[in-house]
Ligand binder design. Structure first.
Ligand code: UD1
Ligand code: CA
Length: 464
């Protein structure tokens, strides 16, 4: 096996996206276009991976900064695809092997197709092998010109003759190149064309003149080589990716009531017999267990959910853990770093932030619980608020096991309510409550007998 060197072209502006974000950073199901291309490329175990960046270079570098084993080269001016590949010369010209040239805006290409490309390239001992496709609408693509069945050149749409324009075999823009002759030949590419650019596809005619072998491999599923140039294409390809993911989920035993409106990111895992209702979003690194119900309008992001959890309508969970048997929502908001224990109930209009609820605890209605650690089987009444912020700092509230917090309690942190304590409804609690104690923190009620009648008598009849 010869070494594989990946080069990904990603310097173009993506004008038609009309975006401040570089085109290759736009996302499909939670992964940027370039991240998808990199994942596929990594499966070839390449000896090196180089990304040619230009427009928004800093943004692309920052977004991929954490990925190991990637080199960036900057193409200061976008003078064409041939010029773009030349930028990798300092990194690659002293090396041996095969360059696999990919495009940062072609996210659906599979590793199997790349393996087929490399097999063809090796078998034909070619200097260059082009992935081609036969498409019904070749408009906009470079056309593959053949003589006696052999590729002789590639002509860009703008440079075609009327006869060439009818050719339905197109250039995918994905190639394998033998490194030996590559950079020398790239040097001889000129700009004598309609766009005045250095066209990488011109290499094909150059190699044929040098009597080098040029091969082609034709992809059957033409969707794989679809490039993204506009928001419409981004949406179309997103739909395809989503459908594929949804089919995988259903094959794994997940019920999707309406796959067309189920939005599950690439890396999400869902257990068997879980039922997902329409308009559910499962994002990022989320894992959902078996036999759960996720009802409409819910969004779960970077979270781990156990088995038999019921997430009722319009619940949002972010960067949190939910253990088995819990009930959430409807309209619950679980904010980052929360941990919801086994069989916990979090009901409507309850917000949690950085809060842990122990096994069997309940907060069934209308509460804000922030920076709190709540014990097992504790009951949080409706309207309970942890006052965790004093205007400068956040403070913690610790609530033990089996505590009863009456409705409309205001818990001013830092505060500890020890095991088995009771908080009377409507209390403003500002001091720690010992185990088993009752805390009442409110003005005592006073009833004034006959007050209403006395008030009416005082008024003269003409007052009305
Ligand atoms: C290119 C091919 C065309 C092929 C099509 C497939 C050329 C001249 N034409 O056309 O034959 O059918 O892809 O989609 O190659 N890029 C740079 N620097 C540049 C120019 C482009 O990095 O100076 C990058 C772009 O960001 C993009 C890729 O190269 O990722 C392709 O460039 P693009 O302008 O989209 O080429 P097409 O006109 O689509
Ligand atoms: Ca393109």
């Amino acid at each position: 096996m010869t070494d594989i060197h990946i080069v990904i072209l990603a310097a173009g502006k993506g004008t038609r996206m009309k975006s401040h974000l570089p085109k290759v950073l736009h996302q499909i199901s939670g992964l940027s276009l370039i991240a998808r291309v990199l994942r596929t490329a990594a499966e070839l175990n390449p000896a090196s991976t180089t990304i040619v960046v230009g427009h928004g270079a800093d943004q692309v570098k920052a977004a991929l900064g954490g990925t190991a084993g990637i080199d960036f080269v900057v193409q200061e001016q976008q003078l064409g695809t041939g010029h773009a590949l030349l930028q990798a010369r300092p990194l690659l010209e002293d090396r041996k092997g095969t360059v696999v040239l990919l495009s940062g805006d072609v996210p659906l290409l599979t590793v199997n197709s790349l393996r087929d490309l490399l097999a063809e390239h090796t078998e034909s001992a070619a200097a260059a092998t082009v992935i081609t496709a036969n498409v019904a609408r070749p408009f906009g693509y470079g056309r593959i010109v053949r003589t006696n069945g052999k590729i002789t050149k590639i002509v860009e749409e703008k440079d075609t003759t009327p006869a060439q324009r009818t050719i339905s075999e197109i250039n995918s823009g994905i190639y394998a190149f033998d490194l030996d002759p590559l950079f020398g030949a790239l040097d001889s590419i000129g700009t004598a064309n309609k766009q005045g650019e250095y066209y990488l596809p011109d290499l094909i005619a150059i190699y044929r003149k040098q009597k080098r072998t040029v091969a082609t491999w034709t992809v059957a599923r033409t969707d794989e080589i679809r490039g993204i140039n506009s928001r419409t294409e981004l949406a179309e390809v997103s739909t395809m990716v989503r459908q594929q993911k949804n089919e995988e989920l259903m094959a794994a035993g997940v019920t999707l009531i309406d796959p067309a409106t189920t939005y599950v990111d690439a890396d999400v895992v869902v257990g068997a017999d879980t039922v997902i209702y329409p308009c559910v979003f499962l994002e990022g690194s989320t894992t959902i267990g078996a036999a759960c119900e996720i009802h409409s309008g819910s969004r779960i992001v970077n979270s781990t959910v156990g088995d038999r959890v019921c997430v009722r309508n319009h619940t949002v969970v972010t960067d949190s853990t939910v253990e088995s048997g819990a009930f959430l929502g409807p309209f619950a908001h679980i904010r980052p770093s929360s941990h919801i224990g086994q069989d916990v109930h979090v009901g409507n209009f309850v917000e949690l932030k950085k809060t842990k609820m122990g096994k069997g605890a309940k907060a069934n209605h209308l509460a804000y619980l922030g920076d709190a650690n709540i014990g097992e089987k504790t009951n949080i009444g409706a309207g309970t608020i942890t006052c965790n912020y004093d205007g400068a700092k956040k403070h913690e509230t610790t609530i033990g096991d089996g505590v009863f917090v009456g409705s409309n309690s205001t818990l001013v942190a830092p505060l500890t309510l020890a095991d088995g304590s009771y908080i009377a409804a409507g209390s403003a609690v500002t001091a720690d409550v010992p185990a088993g104690a009752l805390a009442i923190g409110r003005a005592r009620q006073e009833n004034k007998d006959g007050w209403v009648q006395k008030r009416t008598q005082k008024k003269s009849p003409t007052d009305n």
